[in-house]
Design a protein around this ligand. Structure first.
Ligand SMILES: Cc1ncc(C[n+]2csc(CCOP(=O)(O)OP(=O)(O)O)c2C)c(N)n1
Ligand SMILES: [Mg+2]
Length: 565
């Protein structure tokens, strides 16, 4: 797909593996075939190593923030991603995206090239520094965005790579790997290392599973919450098998939208506090036991401003590496092992079966202006099995999730970290990670303005997403979350969004600007039929908001702790 690999790859030197060649190949061994980034002189050794590695393609991004979002999106699909930035100016630009990956458990290896050890040792005044001869100023900052980090030299390289890889996999969070330019090119010191396999402590696992089984058997009602980390670890099927063996209903928050097919007979609906369907709310809030599988995040966003009644004392929590039941903690057990054991659970109760609901109606007439009900019901009908949907924070992340979506759809959302612009960058990474599925980006225009320049690279690398941009004349979600919606800071420069793909080099994309339902239907049809990318600017009303957002407007105090947001 896209830019051919290795056209101007330098011939292999045939010398002993250099430190940086080792780093890149070791990460390729983790299944990574693309490196997102922006080059820079201190990072040249890393960029060169990627360019000459036959297994990894360099994917140039417009800026480091976009690259970090793209890497996050890619990691969510592939399990891990590689991000390369240059010292200080590059890595600091990437940090918001890498922090988001940490918050949302997405495994991004952030590899940074730094000034040479020689220059560090003599405290040279170099560019991309404060001119103080100090080189550790930024390492500490980037390290905060990772769960582990390593400053690489030839002697520690092989050992440190195994350490950070196993630690990053244990937590499924970013690792920061920084390497001085001269050390990067030096031969790696051969060291005996073996990749760490993450195993459970057998005794602890047995006790944990027995304790869960006992609690499940003793509870009059159980509800399961398969958590977003399952998707990151690609354990959706295993979680489904465990839930089927337990026979209990399961609900999801928006962060887990579609993690298991929504047609599943045990699916009890989307839980979002007081804006959940009544039946879902009852099942979840009245359950005697809530089985949290993978660490759900009941934050202000997923609970519609803490509007639910969920008692944490009723929780049994299966984490990535431990199980927690009240005060009892079973350490050193892996989520995958607990799921495999629970899949063998013999339930004595009749499994939960939901009552089928009426099919969702797609409403609106062709000549109508586009309003939220017809818009989201249309999006839901448009999304089909095999799609990867990337959903931006804003009114879209409240409008689409209440709709039931087709089976075998994967939804990607950054709800906890909630950095706008993420979805456009992430959609690029998702599209490259999984070219066999169609990537659909659903975003507001305000968020899109932060990272829209990445569209150029989508075209450049042959990605063919369908991009749906809601243009509602500003930051509507912010207008809704304030008593006074018309502050000037919620207005935006009036871009000609539908002209962007052409300006950014995607000449063969389908583009449209639609104001009526009929125009939207026609544009979506041609987008679906196109083999190239498609970009649809959807004109919406300035204060036309989905129901959940209107509800949030009534909970400003709970959301922000005071009446005035
Ligand atoms: C990086 C970042 N900056 C600012 C915000 C605050 N913020 C949250 S949503 C939003 C506006 C989103 O507007 P738009 O994308 O147009 O969506 P709409 O609600 O209008 O559909 C802003 C500015 C944020 N979450 N992240
Ligand atoms: Mg908007």
């Amino acid at each position: 797909m896209g830019e051919k690999k290795k056209e101007n790859a330098a011939p292999s030197t045939g010398k002993a593996t250099s430190v940086v060649d080792y780093i890149v190949q070791r990460l390729a061994d983790e299944g990574i075939t693309d490196c997102f980034g922006v080059p820079g002189d201190y990072a040249f050794p890393v960029c060169d190593a990627v360019d000459r590695n036959p297994n990894v393609r360099w994917v140039g991004c417009s800026n480091e923030l976009n690259a970090s979002y793209a890497a996050d999106g890619y990691a969510r699909v592939r399990g891990a991603a590689l991000l390369s930035t240059t010292y200080a100016v590059g890595e600091l630009s990437a940090i918001n995206g890498v922090m988001g990956a940490k918050a949302e458990r997405s495994l991004v290896y952030h590899v940074v090239g730094m000034p040479s050890y020689q220059n560090q040792r003599v405290h040279r005044k170099l560019h991309h520094t404060f001119g103080d001869g100090v080189f550790g100023n930024f390492v500490n900052i980037s390290a905060q965005a990772a769960c582990c980090h390593a400053v690489i030299d030839p002697d520690n390289c092989m050992i440190e790579m195994e350490r950070v890889i196993s630690e990053a996999r244990r937590n499924n969070q970013p690792a920061y790997i920084v390497v001085p330019g001269d050390y990067a090119l030096a031969p790696v010191t051969p060291t005996e290392v073996r990749p760490v396999t993450l195993k459970s402590n057998e005794a602890s696992l047995e006790k944990a599973v027995a304790a869960i089984a006992e609690r499940v058997r003793g509870a009059k009602s159980v509800v399961a919450f398969p958590a977003f980390a399952l998707a990151r670890l690609r354990l959706q099927k295993e979680a489904q098998q465990a839930i089927e063996a337990l026979g209990c209903p399961f609900a999801t928050t928006t962060m887990e939208k579609c993690i298991i097919d929504e047609s599943h007979p045990q699916f009890a609906g989307l839980y979002a506090g007081a804006v959940s369907a009544e039946k879902t709310r009852q099942i979840v809030e009245d359950a005697e036991l809530v089985l949290d599988i993978g660490g759900i995040s009941l934050n202000d966003e997923t609970t519609a401003g803490f509007s639910g009644r969920l008692d944490s004392a009723r929780f049994v929590s299966i984490g990535l590496n431990d199980v927690r039941i009240g005060e009892q903690v079973f350490g050193n057990v892996r989520l995958a092992d607990v799921l495999a054991a629970l899949a063998k659970f013999k339930s004595s109760t009749v499994p939960y079966r939901r009552t089928p609901e009426q099919a969702q109606r797609v409403n609106g007439k062709p000549a109508d202006k586009i309003t939220m009900d017809p818009l989201y019901s249309r999006y839901a009908a448009f999304i089909r099995p095999g799609d990867n949907v990337v959903l931006e924070s804003g009114s879209s992340s409240l409008g689409l999730p209440p709709m039931t979506l087709a089976d075998d759809v994967r939804v990607h959302i950054q709800m906890l970290w909630g950095s706008i612009g993420w979805a456009t960058g992430a959609a690029f990474g998702v599209a490259l990670a999984d070219p066999n599925r169609r990537t659909i980006l659903i975003t507001g225009e305000g968020s899109h303005q932060l990272t829209a320049n990445e569209i150029g690279n989508m075209g450049r690398y042959g990605a063919n997403p369908i991009i749906l941009v809601l243009n509602n004349d500003g930051y509507m979600v912010e207008r809704a979350l304030e008593p006074y919606p018309d502050w000037s800071y919620n207005d935006l420069a009036k871009w000609r969004y539908a002209d962007l793909p052409r300006a950014l080099g995607c000449a063969d994309w389908i583009t449209a600007r639609v104001e009526t339902i009929g125009e939207l239907d026609a544009a979506m049809k041609s987008a679906r039929e196109s083999r190239s990318g498609a970009y649809i600017e959807v004109i919406g009303g300035r204060m036309d908001m989905p129901k959940a957002l209107a509800f949030a407007h009534t909970r400003i105090k709970e959301l922000y702790g005071s009446d005035a947001a």
